[in-house]
Design a binder for this molecule. Structure first.
Ligand SMILES: Cc1cc2nc3c(=O)[nH]c(=O)nc-3n(C[C@H](O)[C@H](O)[C@H](O)COP(=O)(O)OP(=O)(O)OC[C@H]3O[C@@H](n4cnc5c(N)ncnc54)[C@H](O)[C@@H]3O)c2cc1C
Length: 555
């Protein structure tokens, strides 16, 4: 009787809370409609459901979706939310695949989709930076550089052309050349009361140095808006790279699986000596398979549509081409002399351990010509398919964004990506990322890969793993679990497996540097003074706690 009574009161309390909330959201919507226009406020179930689709198999309630088009509109939207105490969850392009996609951390928020803030305000070729809004994608900026023949290169990620430069940086994403967050400067941030804060020298109205020297004067605030919920970034400088005189990409496939530790140590050595200056991606066999196989199938135009037959022939092809248990992709940039010296050094250091293929524009063009001429021979067709399939990865190492890797969300469930455009959040492939940081030491990598395999085996998953040599000291592990989102038992097993991986890495002293929305509560801890300070800062920047509640914060 008591229990029933308690439950009844809880239900009526929550109903009355929901009712009140409903009224205030309805009132806020009336005002938001005036600000963004009726077309850009969505409350209908179909649109809201679309925004909630995600590859991770998660579910959150989204109260509405708002799509402002300017900083001023964002400010006005925030003022209304502040007054009505309605949480807003800002996203730039919402491609946070494997970590929650467009979903808010907590149910009930209104999604603030910033994709219409998509202006490129400035590109400075001399000082190699661009000033962009959050809706600007890496594909858009790349196309702009090409159209204007600018000798600049993007610090691309492998996540597709439609992803946001600012959104990725605000998750502390890692590009092919460095951490994206480090390349931000002079941010324009809308705070929780609708006021604007400009960081670094951006706070000086006449500053002409904002995007050259990001620190400005006084305490640096940029980092406070990365992996945080203290503000909404509406504009920022993004560092670009001057296009190098020469470029090459190396694919190095490890011959003997038991030599992974030595391989990592030698790569670390090359990085420390400066022979390699970009992020080195070392993918395991399954990562190579799920990335290259969809591209190979497309190129080979196999007669069979039976997935298992396709899979067997692609696996055999990859093995015949020497892709081993681990394969590294290394980008080399610099003057021609520097590049030649680096190449010699890398070959000297790694040829004993791995099979090395060197790709340059010239080599690719030459090989294509020959293979085309010999295309009546089956081996030439196979070589040609491998070359075509690896070309987008080669492109990443010179700053060309591509959607090529999105096929990896389809292959594990026995499908090929749609010919027109991959829609990972809508189609059936499921994926979760676990992203720990480790010291750049071969023995640590070997130990953690063995333990990872042990846990994944128990849950029946084959992890696709990339070990990224991020700088001279750090090794990032990108571990992804693939599953069929239409099968609830697989979704549950993947999430349980993730929890165990999280616990293992934390116990070993290698916590994740970035987590999905479902794991925020495993990271944020009221008893830890660090999170207490972040909690206190929330009151300063967002007094009514309306921005992204729960995102890397207690509030
Ligand atoms: C095949 C594949 C390859 C991938 N490769 C990479 C890779 O190489 N490197 C990498 O880092 N990731 C990678 N990813 C993961 C992910 O897809 C990217 O990080 C992607 O860039 C994130 O989506 P987005 O850029 O649209 O950012 P969003 O999803 O828009 O933003 C991410 C989060 O940042 C916050 N945020 C966004 N915009 C704002 C704002 N303006 N103000 C305040 N907060 C904001 C929000 O909480 C949001 O959820 C990959 C994923 C896949 C499937």
């Amino acid at each position: 009787m008591d229990t029933f009574h308690t439950e009844r009161s809880a239900v009526s309390r929550s109903e009355s809370f929901r009712g009140t909330r409903h009224v205030s959201i309805a009132r806020a919507c009336e005002r938001w409609k005036e600000i963004v226009g009726e077309k850009f406020l969505h409350v209908d179930e179909l649109t809201v459901t679309r925004f909630g689709e995600n590859v991770s198999g998660l579910s959150r309630e989204i109260a509405a979706v708002l799509q402002p088009a300017s900083t001023q509109e964002v400010q006005e939207v925030v003022r209304v939310a502040h007054e009505c105490r309605i949480p807003l969850y800002p996203i730039s392009r919402g491609c946070n695949w494997g970590l929650g996609s467009r979903l808010p951390v907590r149910s009930g928020a209104v999604l603030l989709d910033l994709s219409r803030l998509n202006r490129i305000h400035e590109v400075n070729a001399q000082h190699h930076y661009a000033v962009v809004e959050p809706g600007v994608t890496q594909g858009q900026l790349y196309d702009y550089l090409c159209e204007h023949h600018l000798p600049l290169m993007l610090n691309v990620t492998g996540a597709g052309r439609s992803t946001s430069l600012i959104g990725n940086a605000l998750e502390r994403g890692i590009g092919y050349f460095s951490s994206r967050a480090d390349s931000l400067s002079g941010m324009e941030v809308v705070m929780g009361n609708g006021e604007i804060l400009r960081t670094g020298f951006g706070s000086w109205p006449d500053s002409r140095i904002t995007h050259h020297y990001k620190h400005g004067i006084g305490p640096g605030l940029d980092s406070l808006f990365v992996q945080s919920n203290l503000g909404i970034v509406t504009r920022a400088g993004v560092e670009l790279l001057p296009a190098p005189e020469a470029h090459a990409a190396l694919i190095v496939s490890l011959r003997d699986e038991t030599k992974l530790g030595e391989f990592i140590n030698r790569l670390a050595d090359l990085r420390r000596r400066g022979a390699i200056q970009t992020v080195i991606h070392v993918g395991n066999r399954y990562r190579t398979e799920i990335t290259l196989a969809p591209l190979l199938c497309e190129r080979l135009q196999t007669e069979t549509s039976d997935f298992q037959t396709m899979k067997a022939s692609v696996e055999a092809l990859l093995a015949a081409e020497g892709f081993g248990s681990w394969s590294a992709v290394i980008g080399l940039l610099g003057t021609s002399a520097h590049l030649q010296a680096s190449l010699d050094e890398v070959k000297r250091e790694l040829s004993e351990l791995g099979r090395i293929s060197v790709l340059t524009d010239l080599k690719i063009r030459g090989a294509k010509k020959i293979l085309n001429a010999l295309s009546f021979l089956p081996w030439a067709r196979r070589k040609s398919a491998i070359l075509d399939a690896t070309e987008p990865l080669y492109g990443l190492s010179k700053g060309i964004p591509t959607d090529a890797a999105l096929g990896s969300l389809y292959w594990p469930i026995g499908e090929l990506p749609p010919k027109k455009q991959a829609r990972p959040d809508r189609d059936g492939g499921g994926m979760l990322y676990f992203l720990p940081m480790m010291p750049l030491e071969g023995n640590v990598a070997v130990e953690m890969m063995d333990l990872t395999k042990g846990i994944c085996d128990r849950f029946g998953f084959q992890p696709a793993t990339t070990l990224n040599v991020v700088d001279t000291r750090t090794l990032e592990a990108v571990i992804s679990l693939s599953f069929d989102r239409r099968k609830p038992d697989q979704v549950k097993a993947a999430h349980d497996c993730m929890e165990q991986l999280h616990a293992l890495y934390v116990e070993k002293g290698y916590p994740p540097y970035r987590v999905g929305i479902q794991s925020m509560n495993r990271v944020v801890d009221l008893n830890n003074p660090f999170w207490k300070v972040i909690h206190d800062l929330k009151h300063v920047f967002d007094p009514h706690h309306i921005i992204a509640p729960g995102r890397y914060n207690l509030l």
